[in-house]
Design a protein around this ligand. Structure first.
Ligand SMILES: NC(=O)c1ccc[n+]([C@@H]2O[C@H](COP(=O)([O-])OP(=O)(O)OC[C@H]3O[C@@H](n4cnc5c(N)ncnc54)[C@H](O)[C@@H]3O)[C@@H](O)[C@H]2O)c1
Length: 254
Protein backbone atom coordinates (compact mmCIF):
# COMPACT_ATOMS: atom_id res chain seq x y z
CA UNK A 1 0.00 0.00 0.00
CA UNK A 2 1.44 3.30 -1.11
CA UNK A 3 0.11 5.52 1.68
CA UNK A 4 0.23 3.14 4.65
CA UNK A 5 -0.56 5.11 7.86
CA UNK A 6 -0.08 8.48 6.17
CA UNK A 7 -2.45 11.11 7.49
CA UNK A 8 -3.97 13.09 4.62
CA UNK A 9 -6.42 16.00 4.62
CA UNK A 10 -8.49 16.38 1.43
CA UNK A 11 -10.73 19.41 0.92
CA UNK A 12 -13.83 19.14 -1.26
CA UNK A 13 -13.87 15.37 -0.77
CA UNK A 14 -17.62 14.97 -1.15
CA UNK A 15 -17.70 14.86 -4.94
CA UNK A 16 -15.64 14.66 -8.11
CA UNK A 17 -11.88 14.46 -7.80
CA UNK A 18 -11.76 14.84 -4.01
CA UNK A 19 -14.14 11.92 -3.57
CA UNK A 20 -12.05 9.77 -5.92
CA UNK A 21 -8.93 10.71 -3.94
CA UNK A 22 -10.54 9.85 -0.61
CA UNK A 23 -11.67 6.42 -1.82
CA UNK A 24 -8.29 5.63 -3.37
CA UNK A 25 -6.22 6.95 -0.47
CA UNK A 26 -8.16 4.90 2.08
CA UNK A 27 -7.63 1.83 -0.12
CA UNK A 28 -3.91 2.65 -0.12
CA UNK A 29 -3.76 2.61 3.68
CA UNK A 30 -4.05 6.33 4.44
CA UNK A 31 -5.83 7.87 7.40
CA UNK A 32 -8.00 10.41 5.61
CA UNK A 33 -9.67 13.54 6.93
CA UNK A 34 -12.26 14.42 4.30
CA UNK A 35 -13.67 17.94 4.29
CA UNK A 36 -16.58 19.37 2.33
CA UNK A 37 -19.15 22.12 2.68
CA UNK A 38 -21.88 19.64 1.66
CA UNK A 39 -22.45 17.45 4.71
CA UNK A 40 -24.77 15.03 2.89
CA UNK A 41 -21.98 14.23 0.44
CA UNK A 42 -19.62 13.44 3.32
CA UNK A 43 -22.20 11.13 4.87
CA UNK A 44 -22.53 9.27 1.55
CA UNK A 45 -18.73 9.07 1.22
CA UNK A 46 -18.30 7.67 4.73
CA UNK A 47 -20.99 5.05 4.03
CA UNK A 48 -19.24 4.02 0.83
CA UNK A 49 -15.87 3.73 2.56
CA UNK A 50 -17.36 1.73 5.43
CA UNK A 51 -19.22 -0.58 3.05
CA UNK A 52 -15.84 -1.40 1.53
CA UNK A 53 -14.45 -2.21 4.97
CA UNK A 54 -12.53 1.02 5.47
CA UNK A 55 -12.81 4.09 7.64
CA UNK A 56 -12.18 7.82 7.39
CA UNK A 57 -12.95 11.00 9.30
CA UNK A 58 -15.27 13.61 7.83
CA UNK A 59 -15.38 17.29 8.74
CA UNK A 60 -18.15 19.49 7.36
CA UNK A 61 -17.15 23.09 6.75
CA UNK A 62 -16.49 25.86 4.28
CA UNK A 63 -12.81 26.29 3.35
CA UNK A 64 -13.36 29.99 2.76
CA UNK A 65 -14.04 30.39 6.50
CA UNK A 66 -10.82 30.48 8.50
CA UNK A 67 -12.08 28.46 11.46
CA UNK A 68 -13.50 25.74 9.21
CA UNK A 69 -10.31 25.52 7.15
CA UNK A 70 -8.09 25.33 10.24
CA UNK A 71 -10.36 22.68 11.77
CA UNK A 72 -9.37 20.23 9.03
CA UNK A 73 -5.70 20.30 9.98
CA UNK A 74 -6.48 20.35 13.70
CA UNK A 75 -8.73 17.31 13.36
CA UNK A 76 -5.99 15.35 11.58
CA UNK A 77 -3.48 16.12 14.33
CA UNK A 78 -5.90 15.44 17.18
CA UNK A 79 -7.43 12.27 15.75
CA UNK A 80 -4.45 10.70 14.02
CA UNK A 81 -1.49 12.29 15.78
CA UNK A 82 -0.03 14.19 12.84
CA UNK A 83 -0.35 15.32 9.23
CA UNK A 84 1.69 14.03 6.30
CA UNK A 85 -0.19 15.49 3.37
CA UNK A 86 -2.75 18.12 2.46
CA UNK A 87 -4.70 18.22 -0.80
CA UNK A 88 -6.31 21.56 -1.53
CA UNK A 89 -8.96 20.34 -3.91
CA UNK A 90 -12.17 22.24 -3.08
CA UNK A 91 -13.00 24.77 -5.76
CA UNK A 92 -15.85 26.39 -7.65
CA UNK A 93 -16.30 27.80 -11.15
CA UNK A 94 -17.25 31.26 -12.29
CA UNK A 95 -19.64 32.20 -15.12
CA UNK A 96 -16.97 32.75 -17.79
CA UNK A 97 -17.25 36.50 -17.28
CA UNK A 98 -14.45 38.57 -18.71
CA UNK A 99 -13.25 41.51 -16.67
CA UNK A 100 -15.88 43.77 -18.24
CA UNK A 101 -18.75 41.73 -16.83
CA UNK A 102 -17.43 40.05 -13.70
CA UNK A 103 -19.44 41.01 -10.61
CA UNK A 104 -17.92 41.62 -7.19
CA UNK A 105 -19.76 38.71 -5.58
CA UNK A 106 -18.34 36.22 -8.08
CA UNK A 107 -14.83 37.64 -7.73
CA UNK A 108 -14.94 37.53 -3.94
CA UNK A 109 -16.44 34.03 -3.82
CA UNK A 110 -13.84 32.62 -6.19
CA UNK A 111 -10.92 34.23 -4.38
CA UNK A 112 -12.28 33.08 -1.01
CA UNK A 113 -12.85 29.43 -1.92
CA UNK A 114 -10.18 28.82 -4.57
CA UNK A 115 -7.34 30.87 -3.07
CA UNK A 116 -7.89 32.07 0.51
CA UNK A 117 -9.03 28.61 1.67
CA UNK A 118 -5.89 26.86 0.35
CA UNK A 119 -3.73 29.55 1.96
CA UNK A 120 -5.36 29.00 5.37
CA UNK A 121 -5.12 25.19 5.24
CA UNK A 122 -1.52 25.41 3.93
CA UNK A 123 -0.57 27.84 6.70
CA UNK A 124 -1.89 25.50 9.37
CA UNK A 125 -0.35 22.45 7.71
CA UNK A 126 3.09 24.00 7.18
CA UNK A 127 3.26 25.20 10.78
CA UNK A 128 2.81 21.58 11.84
CA UNK A 129 4.96 19.98 9.11
CA UNK A 130 7.93 22.29 9.81
CA UNK A 131 8.16 20.90 13.32
CA UNK A 132 7.46 17.28 12.42
CA UNK A 133 9.80 16.28 9.60
CA UNK A 134 8.01 17.77 6.60
CA UNK A 135 5.10 16.73 4.43
CA UNK A 136 3.46 17.16 1.06
CA UNK A 137 0.89 19.62 -0.23
CA UNK A 138 -0.93 19.23 -3.53
CA UNK A 139 -2.94 22.12 -4.90
CA UNK A 140 -5.53 21.25 -7.51
CA UNK A 141 -5.11 24.05 -10.02
CA UNK A 142 -6.31 23.97 -13.61
CA UNK A 143 -5.38 24.69 -17.18
CA UNK A 144 -6.91 28.05 -16.20
CA UNK A 145 -3.91 28.49 -13.88
CA UNK A 146 -1.47 28.64 -16.77
CA UNK A 147 -3.54 30.11 -19.60
CA UNK A 148 -6.24 32.66 -20.19
CA UNK A 149 -8.56 30.75 -22.49
CA UNK A 150 -10.29 28.28 -20.19
CA UNK A 151 -12.59 30.20 -17.86
CA UNK A 152 -13.63 33.62 -16.66
CA UNK A 153 -11.40 36.32 -15.17
CA UNK A 154 -12.14 35.35 -11.57
CA UNK A 155 -11.51 31.62 -11.96
CA UNK A 156 -8.42 32.24 -14.08
CA UNK A 157 -6.98 34.71 -11.57
CA UNK A 158 -7.76 32.43 -8.62
CA UNK A 159 -5.97 29.47 -10.19
CA UNK A 160 -3.00 31.59 -11.29
CA UNK A 161 -2.85 32.77 -7.68
CA UNK A 162 -2.94 29.18 -6.44
CA UNK A 163 0.06 28.39 -8.61
CA UNK A 164 1.90 31.35 -7.08
CA UNK A 165 1.08 30.04 -3.62
CA UNK A 166 2.33 26.60 -4.70
CA UNK A 167 5.68 27.84 -5.96
CA UNK A 168 6.32 30.13 -3.02
CA UNK A 169 5.50 27.39 -0.50
CA UNK A 170 7.66 24.91 -2.40
CA UNK A 171 10.71 27.15 -2.41
CA UNK A 172 10.45 28.71 1.04
CA UNK A 173 10.04 25.40 2.93
CA UNK A 174 12.14 23.08 0.74
CA UNK A 175 14.85 22.79 3.43
CA UNK A 176 12.26 21.66 5.96
CA UNK A 177 11.17 18.65 3.92
CA UNK A 178 7.94 20.21 2.78
CA UNK A 179 6.98 19.68 -0.84
CA UNK A 180 4.24 21.62 -2.61
CA UNK A 181 3.07 20.84 -6.13
CA UNK A 182 0.16 21.84 -8.34
CA UNK A 183 -1.96 19.77 -10.68
CA UNK A 184 -2.94 21.40 -13.96
CA UNK A 185 -6.24 19.61 -14.44
CA UNK A 186 -7.94 19.60 -17.82
CA UNK A 187 -11.64 18.97 -18.36
CA UNK A 188 -12.81 16.37 -15.82
CA UNK A 189 -16.28 14.79 -15.55
CA UNK A 190 -17.43 16.04 -12.13
CA UNK A 191 -20.23 18.07 -10.54
CA UNK A 192 -18.40 21.40 -10.83
CA UNK A 193 -20.85 22.65 -13.49
CA UNK A 194 -23.43 22.84 -10.68
CA UNK A 195 -21.48 25.78 -9.21
CA UNK A 196 -22.11 27.88 -12.31
CA UNK A 197 -25.00 30.36 -12.06
CA UNK A 198 -26.59 30.18 -15.55
CA UNK A 199 -28.14 33.63 -15.14
CA UNK A 200 -24.69 35.23 -14.92
CA UNK A 201 -23.01 33.54 -17.89
CA UNK A 202 -21.13 35.95 -20.15
CA UNK A 203 -22.20 34.61 -23.56
CA UNK A 204 -19.85 36.87 -25.51
CA UNK A 205 -16.79 35.82 -23.50
CA UNK A 206 -17.89 32.19 -23.63
CA UNK A 207 -18.06 32.28 -27.41
CA UNK A 208 -14.47 33.51 -27.49
CA UNK A 209 -13.33 30.90 -24.92
CA UNK A 210 -15.04 28.27 -27.05
CA UNK A 211 -12.27 28.65 -29.63
CA UNK A 212 -9.75 27.29 -27.14
CA UNK A 213 -12.19 24.78 -25.69
CA UNK A 214 -12.50 23.33 -29.21
CA UNK A 215 -8.95 22.03 -28.76
CA UNK A 216 -9.81 19.77 -25.80
CA UNK A 217 -8.36 16.41 -26.86
CA UNK A 218 -10.28 14.27 -24.36
CA UNK A 219 -12.20 14.38 -21.11
CA UNK A 220 -10.70 12.98 -17.92
CA UNK A 221 -12.34 11.03 -15.10
CA UNK A 222 -11.88 11.97 -11.41
CA UNK A 223 -9.80 8.81 -10.93
CA UNK A 224 -7.22 10.15 -13.41
CA UNK A 225 -6.60 13.09 -11.09
CA UNK A 226 -6.67 10.84 -8.00
CA UNK A 227 -3.91 8.69 -9.53
CA UNK A 228 -1.63 11.68 -10.04
CA UNK A 229 -2.41 13.10 -6.60
CA UNK A 230 -1.61 9.73 -5.01
CA UNK A 231 1.82 9.81 -6.63
CA UNK A 232 2.50 13.42 -5.63
CA UNK A 233 1.63 12.92 -1.94
CA UNK A 234 3.52 9.61 -1.73
CA UNK A 235 7.22 9.17 -0.99
CA UNK A 236 7.69 8.12 -4.63
CA UNK A 237 7.59 11.86 -5.42
CA UNK A 238 10.03 12.82 -2.67
CA UNK A 239 12.18 14.93 -5.00
CA UNK A 240 9.31 16.56 -6.85
CA UNK A 241 8.72 20.02 -5.46
CA UNK A 242 7.28 23.20 -6.94
CA UNK A 243 6.16 21.34 -10.05
CA UNK A 244 3.12 22.07 -12.16
CA UNK A 245 2.06 18.64 -13.36
CA UNK A 246 -0.55 18.55 -16.10
CA UNK A 247 -3.27 15.92 -16.24
CA UNK A 248 -5.15 17.44 -19.15
CA UNK A 249 -5.09 14.83 -21.93
CA UNK A 250 -2.70 17.13 -23.80
CA UNK A 251 -4.89 20.24 -23.80
CA UNK A 252 -2.11 22.66 -22.83
CA UNK A 253 0.11 21.05 -25.46
CA UNK A 254 -2.21 22.42 -28.14
N1 LIG B 1 -13.91 19.50 -13.30
C1 LIG B 1 -13.03 20.11 -14.05
O1 LIG B 1 -13.11 20.08 -15.29
C2 LIG B 1 -11.88 20.85 -13.42
C3 LIG B 1 -10.81 21.25 -14.23
C4 LIG B 1 -9.71 21.87 -13.65
C5 LIG B 1 -9.66 22.07 -12.29
N2 LIG B 1 -10.71 21.69 -11.51
C6 LIG B 1 -10.60 21.90 -10.07
O2 LIG B 1 -10.69 20.65 -9.42
C7 LIG B 1 -11.12 20.85 -8.09
C8 LIG B 1 -12.21 19.85 -7.75
O3 LIG B 1 -13.33 20.13 -8.54
P1 LIG B 1 -14.33 19.04 -9.11
O4 LIG B 1 -14.34 19.21 -10.57
O5 LIG B 1 -14.05 17.71 -8.54
O6 LIG B 1 -15.71 19.65 -8.56
P2 LIG B 1 -16.98 19.06 -7.79
O7 LIG B 1 -17.94 20.17 -7.72
O8 LIG B 1 -17.42 17.77 -8.42
O9 LIG B 1 -16.40 18.73 -6.33
C9 LIG B 1 -15.91 19.75 -5.50
C10 LIG B 1 -16.35 19.54 -4.07
O10 LIG B 1 -15.89 20.68 -3.33
C11 LIG B 1 -16.91 21.06 -2.45
N3 LIG B 1 -16.80 22.49 -2.12
C12 LIG B 1 -17.18 23.54 -2.90
N4 LIG B 1 -17.00 24.68 -2.25
C13 LIG B 1 -16.50 24.36 -1.04
C14 LIG B 1 -16.12 25.12 0.10
N5 LIG B 1 -16.27 26.46 0.11
N6 LIG B 1 -15.63 24.48 1.17
C15 LIG B 1 -15.52 23.12 1.18
N7 LIG B 1 -15.88 22.35 0.14
C16 LIG B 1 -16.36 22.97 -0.95
C17 LIG B 1 -18.21 20.74 -3.16
O11 LIG B 1 -19.29 20.60 -2.24
C18 LIG B 1 -17.86 19.46 -3.89
O12 LIG B 1 -18.24 18.32 -3.15
C19 LIG B 1 -11.55 22.31 -8.01
O13 LIG B 1 -10.53 23.06 -7.35
C20 LIG B 1 -11.67 22.72 -9.45
O14 LIG B 1 -11.46 24.10 -9.62
C21 LIG B 1 -11.82 21.09 -12.04
Amino acid sequence: MRLQDKVVVITGAGAGMGRAMALRFVAEGAKVVAGDVAEDRLVALAQEVEAAGGTLTTVAGDVSKRDDAEALVRTAIERYGGLHALVNNAGVMDQFQGVATVDDATWERLMAINLYGPMVTSRAAVRHMKEHGGGAIVNVASVAGVGGGAAGAAYTASKHGLIGLTRNTAFVYAQQGIRCNAIIAGGVATRIQETIDPAKIDQEAMAQLGKWHAAVPDQLQPEDIANLTLFLVSDEAKKINGALVAADAGWTAA
